[in-house]
Design a protein around this ligand. Structure first.
Ligand code: PRP
Length: 216
């Protein structure tokens, strides 16, 4: 008998789009889209149990095996480096990690660069590769404020439409890495449920391929 898959989805708009993809692939759980505050939903017939997790926590549920698979942003995977399998790029939630700052910013190499970010590891790696000494200022939100009020010189953050930067008089200065949502799996659970997880992955990959073909 097929094993029930525990799937951690990122709560919010991205998670809803991801669920639609899973639904189209044959893993529906209609109760999931009902307007209530429940966090766990199950459809025994389809062999799935979904959790709504905070997007930045999905990788933790999967790494520790509380969920067999999940969907997490590449930003989170690069920042925390969870020990999971990355199975598929879902091509959803596309954005980019950027260095951003005042439009006329010129780096002064005589000084340590002050970088405000929610992604200290990504920022450290990016500047270490350029041998540029930096001072990381780790923040938890509203990063755009830091260079405006003189707390930092630049920020390393996610840019989607660029609207937040533009409305705060800032601009993207350098691209660090492109970001999108990834299907991930717990390593031990993947071994135990290979057939179920691989079937799901293949069905979703086939749907994405169809969608891409239709766009051409
Ligand atoms: C991200 C990021 C920017 C904004 C960029 O924040 O930190 O503030 O989105 O989007 P834009 O280029 O379309 O304006 P998010 O909304 O994820 O909230 P958070 O700061 O709470 O993580």
């Amino acid at each position: 008998m097929a094993r029930m898959l525990n799937i951690a989805l990122p709560k919010g708009r991205l998670g809803e789009r991801v669920y639609e993809l899973f639904e189209a692939a044959g893993y529906a759980c209609p109760a999931l889209m009902e307007p209530n505050r429940r966090l766990i939903f199950e459809n025994e017939a389809a062999g799935v149990r979904y959790f709504w997790a905070k997007p930045s926590d999905v990788a933790i549920y999967v790494e520790r095996g509380a969920a067999d698979i999940g969907v997490a942003g590449k930003d989170i995977l690069l920042e925390y480096g969870p020990d999971v399998y990355e199975l598929l790029d879902l091509g959803l939630g596309k954005c980019r990690m950027c260095v951003a700052g005042p439009k006329d910013f010129r780096d002064d190499y005589a000084r340590t660069l002050r970088v405000a970010t929610k992604f200290p590891h990504i920022a450290q790696r990016y500047y270490a590769a350029q041998s540029r000494p930096i001072d990381i200022i780790e923040m938890h939100g509203s990063i755009e404020l830091a260079p405006i009020v003189g707390l930092s010189d630049v920020i390393v953050d996610i840019v989607e439409t660029g609207k937040t930067l533009a409305e705060n008089g800032l601009a993207p200065l350098q691209d660090v890495v492109p970001i999108s949502a990834r299907l991930i799996a717990n390593k031990a659970r993947y071994k135990f449920c290979t057939a179920e997880i691989q079937t799901l992955t293949d069905r979703i990959a086939a749907l994405l391929a169809q969608e891409n073909e239709a766009k051409l």
